[in-house]
Design a protein around this ligand. Structure first.
Ligand SMILES: Cc1ncc(COP(=O)(O)O)c(C=O)c1O
Length: 393
C-alpha cells in the first residue's frame, strides 16, 4: 500500500499511522535518507533561464516545509487538500483573517483561546473586520448570529478552550454554507487523528501545530488546510506575500513530531479519561469538564463527529484560595502555558491563556478563578493521579 493515497474519509487509523511514520522518508532518492533532510537554503540555483527545480526561494517553497505541508494535507483532507505551514498558530489564523474585507463580520466561539480573541479584537477590528461571539455549542445561538447579512465566516474551536464545549460542525456548516458563509475550524485540540472538519463540510482547518502535532514542547508552528482550490490559491498567495512561513528546522521538528502523533494521542487520551473519572469522585473538586464524560453537554455530539475525546480537561477546585499552593506544589505536572506535549501541564486559564478576555465575559462563560486546565501527557498515569491527589489535599 502506498500510504496516503486514500481520501481522508477512508483513511483508517492504521493507514494514517503509516503515512505519518514514514513522512518524508522516501523523498531523497539520491541518498535514500530515511529522515527528511533539512534544506537550510534560502535560495535555489536555476538550471537555466526560465527554468526551475520547483524551488526558487524559501519564502515561496522549501523542500522540508513542502514535505511537511504535503503530509498535513494528506492527513487532514486526503489528496484533494492543500496545507500551508506557518511560524505559529496565530500566524496561521492571521493569514486566514486576511481573506476578509473591511465591513465583513465573523461569528466566533465565545470561549476562544485568548490569543485568537486578541487577534480578532486588537488587530482585525481596527481594519474593519468585526467579530461577534456566540455559544457555538448552541445551534439556535449560531443561527441567530448568522442571520446578519454582513457575516462572511464562522470560526469554531472544537472543543473550545478551556471549557471543552462542543460545536456540531456538520450542523453549523448546514446553516452557513447555503448562505455562502465559510466555516473555519481550529482543530488544535483533537487533530485529524480524531476529528476531520473538512469531511464534515468545513472550508478551512487551522492549527496551533505547537500543540499535539509537534507534541514535544520544542517548536512553535501553525497550519492552514483546505480542500477548496480557490481558497488554497488565496492562502498560498498570502503565505508568500505576507511571509509568516515556518522555517526548515522547525518544519523538520514538526515532521518528526507527527510520526508519533497517533501513539501519543492514544496514550494521553486514556490517561485523561482516567483522571477525569477520578477527579469526579474527589470532595475538593467541583465541576469536571471532559467531553468523554457522558454527563458533559458536548458528549453526544463529539461521539458522533470524532473518534475520541482528546486529552484536555478542566476542573474547578472547591476552594480557590488553594490554587497558588496547587500550582506551586505539583511535581509531575508542570505549571506552564501550553498543551498537547508529552509532558503534562497545568494551567490557570483566568490569569494565563484567557487574561485578554474581559473579566465579566470570563465570569459569564465559567472561566472562573477556581478553574484549572490539564494537558495530560504520556507519563505514568498513576504518577499523574498521585501528583493531583497530593496537591488537592
Ligand atoms: C486552540 C488554539 N488555537 C491557536 C493557538 C495559537 O497558537 P500558537 O501559540 O502556536 O500561536 C493556541 C495557543 O495556545 C490554541 O490553544
Amino acid at each position: 500500500m502506498e500510504p496516503g493515497n486514500e481520501s481522508s474519509m477512508d483513511t483508517t487509523e492504521a493507514r494514517l499511522a503509516t503515512l505519518l511514520a514514514q513522512a518524508g522518508s522516501r523523498w531523497d532518492e539520491r541518498t535514500g535518507a530515511v529522515s527528511m533532510p533539512v534544506y537550510r537554503s534560502s535560495t535555489f540555483r536555476h538550471p537555466g533561464l526560465g527554468q526551475s527545480t520547483g524551488f526558487d526561494y524559501s519564502r515561496t517553497a522549501n523542500p522540508t516545509r513542502s514535505v511537511l505541508e504535503e503530509t498535513l494535507a494528506l492527513a487532514e483532507g486526503g489528496r484533494a487538500a492543500r496545507a500551508f505551514a506557518f511560524a505559529s498558530g496565530l500566524a496561521a489564523i492571521d493569514t486566514v483573517l486576511r481573506l476578509f474585507e473591511p465591513g465583513d463580520r465573523i461569528v466566533a466561539t465565545e470561549d476562544l483561546y485568548g490569543g485568537t480573541f486578541r487577534l480578532f479584537e486588537r488587530m482585525f477590528r481596527r481594519y474593519g473586520i468585526e467579530t461577534v461571539y456566540a455559544d457555538t455549542a448552541d445551534l439556535s445561538a449560531v443561527a441567530a448570529a448568522l442571520a446578519d447579512r454582513r457575516v462572511q465566516a464562522v470560526f469554531l474551536e472544537v472543543p473550545s478552550n478551556p471549557l471543552l464545549n462542543v460545536a456540531d460542525i456538520a450542523a453549523i456548516v448546514g446553516l452557513a454554507a447555503p448562505r455562502g458563509i465559510l466555516t473555519i475550524v481550529d482543530n488544535t485540540f483533537l487533530t485529524f487523528c480524531r476529528q476531520r472538519p473538512l469531511d464534515l463540510g468545513a472550508d478551512l482547518v487551522v492549527y496551533s501545530a505547537t500543540k499535539y502535532l509537534g507534541g514535544h514542547d520544542d517548536v512553535v508552528a501553525g497550519a492552514v488546510i483546505t480542500r477548496r482550490a480557490d481558497l488554497a490559491e488565496r492562502v498560498a498567495f498570502l503565505q508568500n506575500g505576507v511571509g509568516a512561513i515556518l522555517g526548515p528546522d522547525d518544519s523538520w521538528l514538526l515532521l518528526r513530531g507527527l510520526k508519533t502523533l497517533p501513539l501519543r494521542l492514544a496514550r494521553q487520551e486514556a490517561s485523561a479519561e482516567a483522571l477525569a473519572l477520578w477527579l469526579l469522585r474527589q470532595p475538593r473538586v467541583g465541576r469536571v469538564c471532559y467531553p468523554g464524560l457522558t454527563r458533559h453537554p458536548g458528549h453526544e455530539v463529539l461521539k458522533r463527529q470524532s473518534r475520541g475525546f482528546g486529552a484536555m480537561l478542566a476542573f474547578e477546585v472547591a476552594d480557590p484560595a488553594r490554587i497558588p499552593d496547587i500550582l506551586a506544589g505539583v511535581r509531575v505536572f508542570m505549571f506552564a502555558e501550553s498543551l498537547g506535549g508529552v509532558e503534562s501541564l497545568i494551567t490557570f486559564p483566568a490569569v494565563q491563556t484567557h487574561a485578554d478576555v474581559d473579566p465579566a465575559v470570563r465570569d459569564r462563560l465559567g472561566i472562573s478563578n477556581r478553574l484549572l486546565r490539564l494537558s495530560v501527557g504520556i507519563e505514568d498515569p498513576e504518577d499523574l493521579r498521585q501528583d493531583l491527589e497530593r496537591v488537592l489535599q
